[in-house]
Design a protein around this ligand. Structure first.
Ligand code: GLA
Length: 401
């Protein structure tokens, strides 16, 4: 009896002190995930090759570190309830794969679901959270994406708290990525639960369209972008809004890929590539490894950008950066080229959230083009540019001394 009481007290104290592992995602997580390109067609060879390509392509050097297997790695639960990988697709087991990924200086991520099944119908973690967390910790998992399919009647906040506490009690620091899809407004409660949370339904490789499926929608880049308005205040270091993984290299035009990547950087979004890393063309590689754009995303202040103005098809976004700098992005949403002639001096850009302001009458800024990688003068003169359809000009403004 005494032993049982002691056990219950121990369990309660773990629950009482459980928390998320703080400090694991001070800047938005960067990595690669199998889903957008490979769907359920995953196996250990593919994941090893992706990890190799992450290094050889320069992605690791540019800052990407997580290699994440999404849905469909699962086999069955054993008689004690422990989950195992599909023995045909992952004959060496997940631990060996994680060890391999670690040996390349990368980190390893995996996928589960808070409901009874994953979205692809594999075993979910509902009722097995503590057991699954122990398995993930034993395997050397560093990042867990936790979906919300087959979760009818579950309270999303409560369900994710259970997995958060399970991860904490298993003892291995694991980035916790909530993939609820936005219906339950995870930005309102996610900060103490996880390090990032999805804000919308799934992305797909299209710029401005919507695909309606039975029970869920797939959103193009602009559809997702528009759904981020109003929620930037919830995002910041260690607790990020996640507008979903990247579709760069998955079929959009180079202009659209560049615009997509730039806007994700302006949002301070997690940068999780979703393309075929070992068959990347030059343009895709250049976009994904643009260190100047990535520096906007990874800025240590972690302030998500905002739409400063929107007229016809031209939208201007602003993002405060550290050291008094700003990123400015001119986004052409339309199907025709736009000629921009922007008189800085007629504008004062104010961000009440971060209490920052750019008044171009009082201060001058040096302008750097982050795609052309060159300086373009200062804000004393009008900014003149032709922006192709579905493309951007991404600038960094630094105050003149
Ligand atoms: C959901 C998620 C996707 C992916 C699939 C896997 O749709 O939003 O990112 O993980 O499930 O089935």
């Amino acid at each position: 009896m005494k032993k049982i009481i002691l056990f219950v007290v121990l369990l309660l104290s773990v629950a009482a002190y459980a928390q998320k592992f703080n400090g694991l995602a001070k800047t938005p997580p960067m990595g690669w995930n199998s889903w957008n390109r490979f769907r359920c067609d995953v196996n250990e060879k593919l994941i090893r090759e992706a990890a190799n390509a992450m290094v050889s392509s320069g992605m690791k050097e540019a800052g990407y570190k997580y290699i994440i297997i999404d849905d469909c790695w699962h086999g069955k639960r054993d008689s004690l309830g422990f989950i195992h990988a599909d023995p045909k697709r992952f004959p060496s087991g997940i631990k060996a794969l994680a060890d391999y990924v670690h040996s390349l200086g990368l980190k390893f991520g995996i996928y589960t679901d808070a409901g009874w099944k994953t979205c692809a119908g594999k075993p979910g973690s509902r009722g097995y959270e503590y057991q699954d967390a122990i398995s993930y910790a034993k395997w050397g998992v560093d990042y867990l994406k936790d979906d919300f399919c087959f979760a009818d009647f579950l309270d999303a906040h409560g369900a994710y708290l259970t997995m958060r506490n399970a991860l904490y009690s298993a003892g291995r620091p694991i980035v916790f990525s909530l993939c609820e899809g936005g219906d339950n407004k995870p930005w309102e409660w996610g900060k103490d639960v996880g390090h990032l949370w999805r804000t919308t339904s799934d992305i797909y490789a299209a710029f401005d369209t919507l695909e309606i499926h039975n029970g869920w929608n797939a959103l193009g880049v602009l559809r997702i972008l528009d759904l981020q308005k109003g929620i930037r205040k919830y995002s910041g270091p260690d607790h990020w809004n996640d507008p979903d993984m990247l579709e760069v290299g998955n079929g959009m035009s180079v202009n659209e890929d560049r615009a997509h990547f730039s806007m994700w950087c302006m949002l301070a979004a997690p940068l999780i590539a979703g393309n075929d890393l070992f068959n990347m063309n030059k343009e895709t590689k250049e976009i994904l490894t643009n260190k100047e754009a990535i520096a906007v995303d990874q800025d240590s202040l972690g302030i998500s950008g905002f739409s400063y103005s929107s007229k016809d098809e031209l939208e201007i976004w602003a993002k405060p950066l550290c050291d008094g700098d700003w990123a400015i992005c001119f986004l052409n949403r339309g199907s025709e080229e736009i000629q921009v002639n922007f008189s800085w001096k007629e504008h004062t850009i104010i961000d009440s959230l971060s209490n920052r302001e750019m008044n171009f009458m009082n201060s001058q800024y040096i302008i750097r083009d982050l795609w052309q990688h060159k300086e373009l003068g200062s804000t004393e003169k009008n900014f003149v540019a032709a922006i192709p359809s579905h493309d951007v000009v991404l600038l960094k403004l630094s105050q003149k001394n």
